[in-house]
Write a protein that binds this ligand. Structure first.
Ligand SMILES: *[C@@H]1O[C@H](CO)[C@@H](O)[C@H](O)[C@H]1NC(C)=O
Ligand SMILES: *[C@@H]1O[C@H](CO)[C@@H](O)[C@H](O)[C@H]1NC(C)=O
Ligand SMILES: *[C@@H]1O[C@H](CO)[C@@H](O)[C@H](O)[C@H]1NC(C)=O
Ligand SMILES: *[C@@H]1O[C@H](CO)[C@@H](O)[C@H](O)[C@H]1NC(C)=O
Length: 339
């Protein structure tokens, strides 16, 4: 392949995608309506990654994706992709201009394939687990249009015919759970999965909910296109008992360039303090706010970092506070009224 490229990175548009994290174990799901679309999220035991299941290509094929709340581009390994319906996005098409012209593969000298087409719009997909080594793997990859499907509440598949996603190469799969062949992007972008579902079903709420479960036998679930009710147990609507907090924007995402700020595709929340055993941890609160000039700071929700990460000075303060409280006689009897 001999790609000749035109690059023109554009600022991502701002989209509001309300997010609900339901940290409960579902025992069963019931809903009478055709929407929401729903699918399982399984935690992979050896990598601690969350794996979401969807259907792609023609004929539809069950595909396992790494669930990423912070990514812009959904991608799939196109070195192993057979479909009778896939189409490239011509660089001069109206879809390409709607997506913001990123880069164009003008000429591809190999035989036509999902990875190779003349006049094909290109994306820059990413692996959040292992950074792509661009000396070994082609980073810019063709945008594809092909059917994507998810089960609805009755269990039948609902099709989105013109789903837009990015091709990627086998090298992109490094570090991902076994059986996973792509990444499902739920980030704040105008081509994320929830946004494309909403474009296909504009009368449904532009909302999604994910329930992350660590259990193998009772996997979690993702629901697209519903504000609730979320009935995980008979007669219990979880949407009524949730605590809500606004999602914040980081104006300087990691793909920003010095002269071109790009809105981050990650979801942030406004954490203001940390308490240990009910006592406030003394920390530099400036670090808890997003620094709009540097794009640093703030608190993001991640489905790809397997544990909580704290900035080092906050971590130290937290550890000190924890050790102090753990040594106090009341710590182990926190719920004892005498303490
Ligand atoms: C999608 O995002 C791109 C890049 O920011 C922007 O140029 C384009 O107008 C957006 N398209 C839609 C349909 O919102
Ligand atoms: C895009 O470019 C191709 C090849 O140059 C041309 O055949 C086609 O008509 C163009 N389409 C649009 C929508 O401009
Ligand atoms: C792209 O166009 C060139 C020149 O017309 C042609 O030789 C080549 O086969 C085409 N590539 C594909 C993938 O269709
Ligand atoms: C708190 O953090 C900010 C941002 O890194 C820094 O500029 C400031 O000096 C810090 N304040 C204290 C008291 O350490």
């Amino acid at each position: 392949m001999n790609p000749s490229l035109n690059t023109n990175k554009n600022k991502m548009a701002k989209v509001a995608v309300p997010l609900l994290l339901l940290l409960f174990f579902p025992s069963f799901i019931s809903s009478q309506a055709a929407l929401p679309l729903q699918t399982t999220i399984q935690k992979d035991r050896s990598t601690s990654q969350y794996v979401i299941t969807a259907y792609l290509q023609t004929p539809l094929k069950l595909t396992k994706f790494l669930l990423d709340l912070g990514s812009t581009y959904t991608w799939v390994n196109c070195d192993d992709y057979t479909s009778s319906t896939y189409q490239h996005v011509p660089c001069n098409s109206s879809i390409a201009s709607l997506l913001g012209h990123y880069a164009c593969l003008d000429l591809c000298n190999s035989p036509p394939s999902p990875n190779c087409g003349n006049n094909s719009f290109l994306f820059l997909p990413d692996n959040p687990i292992k950074p792509i080594d661009y000396r070994k793997v082609n980073g810019l990859n063709t945008a594809l249009i092909d059917p994507f499907a998810l089960p609805n509440a009755q269990g039948s598949l609902t099709l989105i015919n013109n789903f837009i996603f990015s091709c990627a190469r086998t090298g992109f799969l490094k570090g991902l759970a076994k059986g996973v062949t792509g990444l499902a992007a739920l980030g704040r972008s105008n081509i994320s999965i929830p946004v494309q579902i909403n474009k296909a079903f504009p009368s449904t709420p532009n909302c999604f909910a994910i329930c992350l479960s660590g259990s193998i036998s009772q996997p979690g679930v993702a629901l697209f296109g519903s504000r609730g009710p979320y009935n995980f147990l008979p007669g219990i609507d979880l949407s009524k008992s949730l605590v809500y907090t606004p999602l914040l924007l980081n104006p300087l995402g990691k793909d920003s360039e010095p002269d071109k700020p790009l809105l981050s595709s990650e979801y942030h929340i406004g954490l203001t303090s940390i308490k240990v055993n009910g006592k406030m941890v003394a920390l530099n609160k400036t670090l808890l706010a997003i620094d709009g000039e540097k794009g640093s700071g703030g608190t993001k929700i991640s489905t790809v970092v397997p544990y909580t990460k704290l900035q080092s000075s906050i971590y130290k303060a937290f550890i000190l506070a924890f050790l102090k409280e753990a040594a106090s006689p009341c710590f182990q009897s926190y719920y004892n009224k005498a303490c």
